[in-house]
Design a protein around this ligand. Structure first.
Ligand SMILES: NC(=O)c1ccc[n+]([C@@H]2O[C@H](COP(=O)([O-])OP(=O)(O)OC[C@H]3O[C@@H](n4cnc5c(N)ncnc54)[C@H](OP(=O)(O)O)[C@@H]3O)[C@@H](O)[C@H]2O)c1
Length: 261
């Protein structure tokens, strides 16, 4: 029985991954701040008695470590850790008050990804030395991290950092037998994108995204853009010279600025 720890499990991609892995027969550790929403999710999962809920803020690294230790102890190890908790807000550097938003976005999207993985690595290394080959740390980037989007300096910057960080970790852990998988979502239909009032090409249902992510994680893919059409877009974006990118994307639709929760 696979043991899968997922942050951001109360909504969107994390909730769809919880459903996907529960249907595969996994034992889950589910993290998010909203206890009531986690309980609602749990009630709808196969074998709710197998899973553990951790209502905490991923920016509370001590609480995250305690949850990881509890999950490892309960299941005598761990197989897959997915850091899906994330926030997205429009930001403009010219507003001093947005500094705080930058800090929260980087803390939740980048530093909490690190803090999610840290308490699992020693245990995973032991499991790998014992011969286990399906150990995975899964980071969630974004196509918005491939090139900087206007009005999204915090989000684009944070997701570029997640992508770079996960690549460092992947190479760092290569010899250990733990595989680091970077999942790069395009537009996925979740509460995060349901507030966007612009056209979202290749928008994919969260359930379909979760199945594709689960397959990429099982294969131990190093880096996967989902849906694949956005993978093509991401490759093209990398190729565009700055003058052309700047001309086209200065008119790109922007995420609204507002206070974050
Ligand atoms: N949807 C997309 O198109 C898309 C595209 C690219 C990348 N992504 C990335 O995919 C991940 C999931 O996004 P989503 O679309 O599923 O968003 P979502 O529906 O808004 O879900 C975000 C999840 O993160 C949790 N979360 C946020 N801040 C937290 C905190 N401080 N502590 C604990 N949990 C926290 C939320 O739970 P609580 O509020 O209960 O704490 C919620 O479960 C994010 O990293 C996002 O950046 C999404």
């Amino acid at each position: 029985m696979k043991r899968v720890f997922i942050t951001g499990a109360s909504s969107g991609i994390g909730a769809a991954l919880a459903q996907y892995y529960a249907e595969q027969g996994a034992t889950l550790g589910l993290v998010a701040r909203r206890q009531a929403v986690l309980e609602q999710l749990l009630a709808g999962l196969p074998h709710p008695e197998r899973h553990r809920l951790y209502a905490l803020d991923v920016n509370d690294h001590a609480a995250l470590t305690a949850a990881a230790e509890d999950f490892i102890a309960a299941g005598d190890g761990v197989d897959v850790v997915i850091a899906s908790a994330g926030i997205s807000q429009g930001t403009l550097t010219e507003y001093a008050e947005d500094q705080q938003v930058f800090e929260q976005v980087f803390a939740t999207n980048v530093l909490a990804t690190v803090a999610t993985f840290t308490p699992f690595i020693a245990t995973m290394k032991r499991q790998a030395r014992a011969g286990q080959t399906d150990l995975r740390l899964v980071g969630v980037g974004s196509v918005a991290g491939i090139r900087g989007l206007p009005g999204a300096g915090a989000y684009s910057g944070s997701k570029a950092a997640v992508i770079g960080y996960c690549e460092s970790l992947r190479v760092e852990l290569r010899a250990s037998g733990i595989k680091v998988v970077t999942i790069v979502p395009g537009y996925i239909d979740t509460p995060m994108t349901q507030v966007n009032h612009y056209k979202m090409p290749f928008l994919m249902p969260a359930r379909q995204f979760a199945a594709k992510t689960g397959a990429a994680v099982a294969r131990g893919s190093s880096y996967r853009v989902i849906p694949w059409q956005m993978g093509v877009v991401a490759k093209l974006l990398r190729l565009l010279p700055n003058w052309l990118y700047d001309m086209v994307f200065s008119k790109a639709p922007r995420k609204a600025r507002k206070t974050i929760n």
